[in-house]
Design a protein around this ligand. Structure first.
Ligand code: PHE
Length: 340
């Protein structure tokens, strides 16, 4: 038994514990109820009487050494803890807070607003849930115009007159009915159309529409404003081309293409090898629209234009799938940090 005690005494010299938990399990192993020391105490009972004294002393020594060792280790651990706190640099600046990034559509929308603001356009805003008058009737849509069809327009249930706006021309109507010319506004906002969702279409998208009403406004003014916009938005050598088109609220109407900014007009998949990409609709405000909104068309005339923000963002960033804009995947949104 003496040898056994000696072995344990040797063993405890090299005990280590890296934290309180390890120390506690050592304590239990040696000094716990079912620990090694108690085990030896049980054995001690059957030691012959003549050896009891010597072995008893040894056992006591072991017990004391163990207690001392464990107390010593506990002391050491608490010092270690203190020095860890001492090493904390409380003056170090904190980790930077991870800021969010601007949504690509906001970046592009703000750029469009910025360019037109510099040309003297003011911002105008209006409701997304609109009535038929501001979206269609005041904009010279005939009562049976196909754009009013259920195919395109979301109706508010049980109310054939209340709809989700399909374009922000409704804001132009609201500005005209409450303001006399000169009017020079841009109307950015979300619009809704009943389309099947795919990589190329969504049931909502974003527009910026513009309206200028004054005396003697000409088509040349419109063309110059749009050329300036295109060159500021894309590059100084961007070319524009206007193709005749039709909108109920403008006469004459046109669609505007810009020279493809990806291939520089040489032809690529984005411009379908034509060298041109369509970016907006425009025209001279139809006198019927001015009259419907309380503006004398014999004194005033104007131009209007409207573009899709997603389309411009696609041209700038070549986003292949429209749905990415509304999925809020941070891996996609983080791509735009640099442009922020
Ligand atoms: N409102 C048209 C659209 O939503 C765009 C447009 C605005 C066209 C103004 C001409 C003039 O497609």
């Amino acid at each position: 038994m003496i040898e056994k005690i000696q072995a344990v005494l040797n063993e405890i010299q090299s005990l280590t514990a890296k934290d309180e938990k390890e120390l506690e399990s050592l304590r239990i192993k040696y000094l716990g109820k079912k620990g090694i020391v108690n085990e030896m105490m049980a054995e001690f009972r059957s030691v012959p009487a003549e050896q009891k004294r010597a072995i008893g002393m040894q056992l006591n020594e072991l017990k004391n050494s163990l207690q001392e060792k464990i107390n010593g280790m506990r002391e050491e651990l608490s010092h270690q803890h203190e020095s860890e706190i001492e090493q904390l640099d409380l003056t170090r600046s904190p980790y930077p807070i991870r800021l969010g990034t601007r949504h690509p559509l906001s970046i592009v929308k703000n750029e469009i607003i910025d360019i037109f603001s510099r040309m003297g356009f003011l911002l105008a805003d209006g409701p997304e849930v609109e009535d038929d008058w501001h979206v269609f009737s005041s904009m010279n849509f005939a009562p049976d115009h196909p754009a009013r069809d259920m195919q395109d327009t979301f109706f508010i249930e049980q109310h054939p007159d209340i709809i989700l706006r399909t374009h922000t021309s409704s804001v132009q109507s609201r500005v005209m009915e409450s303001t006399q010319p000169p009017i020079k506004v841009i109307c950015p906002g979300r619009v809704y159309r009943n389309e099947a969702i795919s990589s190329r279409a969504h049931c909502f998208f974003h527009q910026v529409e513009g309206l200028y009403v004054d005396k003697d406004v000409t088509f040349a003014d419109l063309k110059q404003a749009l050329l300036t916009f295109s060159r500021e938005m894309f590059s100084a050598d961007t070319k524009i081309r206007l193709r005749p088109s039709y909108f109920p609220f403008t006469e004459p109407s046109a669609e505007m293409d810009i020279s493809c900014n990806i291939c520089g007009g040489k032809g690529c998949s984005l411009c379908k090898n034509t060298g041109w990409v369509e970016i907006l609709g425009c025209g001279m405000v139809d006198p019927n629209v001015l009259e419907a909104n309380g503006i004398d068309s014999k004194i005033y005339n104007g131009y209007a234009f409207g573009m899709g923000v997603e389309r411009i963002a696609n041209l700038k960033y070549q986003v292949k799938d429209l749905r990415l804009f509304s999925e809020n995947d941070v891996r996609f949104l983080d791509e735009f940090t640099a442009a922020n």
